[in-house]
Ligand binder design. Structure first.
Ligand SMILES: *Cc1c(COP(=O)(O)O)cnc(C)c1O
Length: 486
């Protein structure tokens, strides 16, 4: 067995066979002084496997003429390999895409208070389903029920995994084996597999489409009513708008048609908001309070869209209907855990003080940021980025448009500012630059359009972190080891 202190023999004098034999064994590498750090950090099993992989690669490299490595060197390379693999894909990144609630980037960033509450609930046992006053069993919904009722004016409320789950659970509760009437103009697809007709089928509901794509009238709904009707469904067309020669039946009128026929109206708001977002310069989006007061039996909305909390689906409405929802055995399969519940409670509490909401809630803070403020930030950061990317790319300040994202207010944009990078003299490609930015220890994600890679700075609140991230870029034009954190 090779000893730790083994040194390489002058290579020119060795045959390939001898050079391969000169490589240290796995146990020799494990005994190298650098290996103690390796084993301490990653454990013996993982370290041994990784050393094997490094040795295998080194053997291939030696066959192609590379130098023999000693045990210390193999241990060091193995450490680097494991550090790279150990870097979580879920590590924090800079969302500079210009889409504030980016579904692929985890939607809303949570408020500090919500993060603290979630942390505290993780560290300790909590009274999740335990009533501290009586010492008897409690309900996990109790933590958000009264807050949701206070903020929406509803009689009762419950919460599940996300809004897709909320819609599914409501349909399954109100119309299993029965019919659900819905306008053809509202058969939405949210992206991925959430298509209203599919959800209705899986909920065991027969979809009865009424009206046309652009026009649906009250008489269409009335004509479709039958003994088999279980619910009338209204869906907010979150991510598209039908314009021109259009007609839809408002929630209040639908609620009265439903009431006359002793049926519930289910109103899926999608994003929904608890406050009027017009105060942030956005177009009006229906508030949950309005939807409740228009007479819907049940209203569903998301926790991580405009509301700015963690992923969750809220169901608010009439007490009797919420009780039915809670009796559905599927509720258990869709419930949320203590961590999210703690974060939701803390987020909802912020809505009790709407005046300070845009300071405390990152999603609204980002929406409310003025273009002037963002422009000033681009002025500060332009020289930093220009230095890091010289000489292959030019960096300029630019104006751009941010979007809310997650299907909320799809046609509305907010005037913003950013940094646009263009390649100079054809010396660097934009895809290559985008890959290098994604490969940073804290990845930077922008968007490529019109021959430039734009970083919209609306969502950048940690400027120092950004500066240290981009100074970590290797000087150009070196060949980048793409995908490797540096
Ligand atoms: C986004 C949306 C959903 C799905 O909500 P998730 O929280 O993403 O599960 C359902 N309905 C409408 C109208 C939506 O906009």
């Amino acid at each position: 067995m090779s000893s730790v202190s083994e040194k390489t023999v002058p290579e020119e004098e060795q045959t390939l066979d001898a050079r391969l034999r000169a490589l240290p064994s796995v146990s020799a590498v494990l005994n190298a002084s650098q290996a103690s750090n390796l084993v301490h950090r990653f454990g013996r099993h993982v370290s041994t496997e990784a050393i094997r992989a490094t040795l295998l690669e080194t053997r291939q490299a030696i066959k192609l003429g590379a130098a023999v490595l000693d045990a210390e060197c193999v241990a060091r390379q193995t450490l680097a390999r494991l550090e790279t693999n150990n870097c979580s894909g879920l590590r924090p990144l800079f969302n500079l895409t210009g889409t504030i609630l980016h579904t692929n980037l985890g939607r809303a960033v949570l408020a500090e208070g919500a993060i603290e509450a979630a942390n505290a609930s993780m560290r300790s046992a909590v009274a999740l389903e335990f009533d501290l006053a009586t010492g008897k069993r409690g309900e996990r919904d109790d933590y958000v029920r009264s807050l949701l009722c206070e903020l929406t004016g509803a009689e009762d409320a419950t919460v599940v995994n996300n809004n897709a789950a909320a819609v599914f659970l409501c349909l399954n509760t109100l119309a299993l084996g029965r019919e659900a009437i819905v306008s053809r103009g509202e058969l939405i697809e949210i992206g991925g597999a959430f298509r209203m007709p599919d959800i209705m089928a899986r909920a065991g509901t027969k979809m009865v489409e009424v009206g046309t794509t652009n026009r649906t009238h009250a008489r269409d709904y009335r004509a479709a009513l039958s003994e088999a009707t279980g619910v009338i469904l209204k869906v907010h067309t979150s991510n598209y708008r039908i314009q021109g020669f259009t007609a839809e039946v408002g929630a209040a009128e639908l609620a009265s048609i439903a009431r006359e026929n002793n049926l519930p109206l289910l109103n899926d708001l999608g994003s929904g908001t608890l406050i009027d977002v017009a105060r942030f310069g956005l177009k009006q989006e229906p508030t949950v309070r309005e939807a409740v007061s228009q007479g819907a039996g049940l209203v569903t909305f998301s926790g991580d869209k405009l509301l700015g909390g963690p992923q969750a689906g809220f169901i608010v409405g009439e007490r009797g209907l919420i009780a039915e929802v809670n009796r559905n055995p599927m509720k258990r399969a869709l419930r949320i855990d203590k961590i999210r519940l703690a974060a939701i409670e803390a987020t909802l509490k912020l809505y009790r003080d709407p005046d300070r909401l845009s300071e405390r809630l990152p999603a609204l803070r980002a929406m409310a940021r003025s273009q002037a403020d963002i422009r000033a930030q681009t002025q500060r950061l332009q020289p930093v980025l220009a230095r890091s990317l010289a000489p292959c790319y030019v960096v300029e300040c630019c104006d751009c448009e941010s979007q809310i994202g997650s299907g909320a207010l799809p046609l509305d944009t907010i005037a913003s500012a950013g940094l646009v990078m263009r390649s100079k003299n054809g010396c660097g490609g934009l895809e290559k630059l985008a890959a290098a930015l994604r490969g940073l220890k804290r990845p930077v994600i922008g968007r490529i359009a019109n021959g430039g890679l734009t970083l919209d700075l609306r969502c950048l609140d940690d400027e120092d972190e950004f500066v240290s991230a981009v100074t970590g870029l290797e000087p150009w034009p070196v060949e980048l080891s793409i995908g490797q954190p540096r």
